[in-house]
Ligand binder design. Structure first.
Ligand code: PEP
Ligand code: MN
Length: 333
């Protein structure tokens, strides 16, 4: 981190600031130019609030040389992280295909969808039991019963399950869940992030509706700083001025995140577009851009779905998508 002092900073003010930096455990290199003094801070600056320093009367500007996320940073961990979920691996060349309905609705529904996606090559089953809905009057999910049905589908198909947790108090209910999803609306629920960080379970962390990539990485850092390094990042579209699609899929997030982090990157084209007809092309583009996995909503009867039917693929559409994904992946090697 570099702090440039204003020209009129007095020696007393400068010395006070240097003492303060040193008290934070940092080494300070002073370089005095003709017009400006530059303080180079060496050490762990992740706990320093740059905006606080920037606001000081004697400070002209503060620039970070290394990012404040450390555990998620590729600089300190150059190799790709591979997250293991039983026999399923994601990251470092291992591709995961996560599929299933938006919500678990009944035993027949989740078993039928689970069996069909498995037959098409899906490696993980998704399904919401606790649903974060915009309206309190909409279907809120089957809750604990939904989790039971997911476990039943897992027992029948062998597919590990991914499902969203909205409240840390529910953690005991999620004991047998393979991957905990932290949804877009909770990406900055820091207490929830810390709580799931204390578990050893893989966490699928979705990007918030209006969050930057840096904020996504800082949220991953919350989980990792509690000791859980099994974080999978998920881009699911962000809010822009465009209303034709439910959100705008930020595909550049794949190569951009790849440069800055070693964590696996999954794309969810279902929530990104909100339209079943747009899911396949965006999924294929994501694979071509280097995604480590996809998360696709699939329903056996989309017209009758209690949640997100418009963006859900029928099992046969998913089978076709999975086939094309395999072809693109073969072409990439
Ligand atoms: C979901 O995956 O079911 C979901 C609610 O997604 P998001 O948090 O991305 O809106
Ligand atoms: Mn959904």
């Amino acid at each position: 981190m570099i702090t440039i002092l204003k020209q009129d900073a007095t020696k007393q003010q400068r010395d006070n600031l240097i003492k303060w930096f040193e008290a934070q455990g940092l080494k300070v290199h002073i370089s005095e130019g003709e017009f400006q003094t530059v303080l180079g801070l060496v050490g762990d600056t992740s706990r320093i609030d740059d905006s606080l320093i920037d606001a000081l009367d004697i400070v002209e500007r503060v620039t970070r040389v290394t990012e404040s996320y450390k555990a998620a940073n590729r600089k300190f961990h150059p190799e790709d992280t591979v997250v293991s979920i039983g026999d399923v691996k994601i990251g470092g060349g291992n591709f995961a295909m996560i599929a299933g309905p938006c919500s678990v609705e009944s035993e027949a529904q989740i078993i039928e969808v689970a069996e069909s996606i498995k037959a098409s090559g899906a490696t993980l089953l998704r399904g919401g039991a606790f649903k974060p809905r915009t309206s309190p009057y909409d279907f809120q999910g089957m809750k604990a019963e939904g989790l039971e049905l997911l476990l039943e589908a897992k027992a029948k198909t062998g597919l590990p399950i991914v499902t969203e947790i909205m409240n840390a108090e529910h953690l005991p209910l999620f004991e047998d869940v393979d991957v905990l999803q932290v949804g877009a609306r909770n990406m900055q629920n820091f207490e929830l992030l810390k709580a799931v960080g204390k578990t050893k379970k893989p966490i699928l962390l979705k990007r918030g509706l209006a969050n930057t990539l840096k904020e996504l990485l800082m949220s991953a850092e919350y989980i990792m700083s509690e000791g859980n390094e099994n974080v999978i990042l998920c881009e699911r579209g962000i809010r822009t001025f465009e209303t034709y699609t439910r959100n705008t899929l930020d595909l550049s997030a794949i190569p951009a995140l790849r440069e800055h982090t070693h964590l696996p990157i999954v794309i969810d084209p279902s929530h990104a577009t909100g339209k079943a007809s747009l899911v396949e092309p965006m999924a294929l583009a994501a694979v071509a851009a280097g995604a480590d996995g996809l998360m696709i909503e699939v329903h056996n009867d989309p017209e009758a779905a209690l949640c997100d039917g418009a963006q859900s693929l029928r099992p046969e559409q998913f089978a076709q998508l999975a086939d094309k994904v395999r072809k693109i992946r073969e072409a990439l090697v």
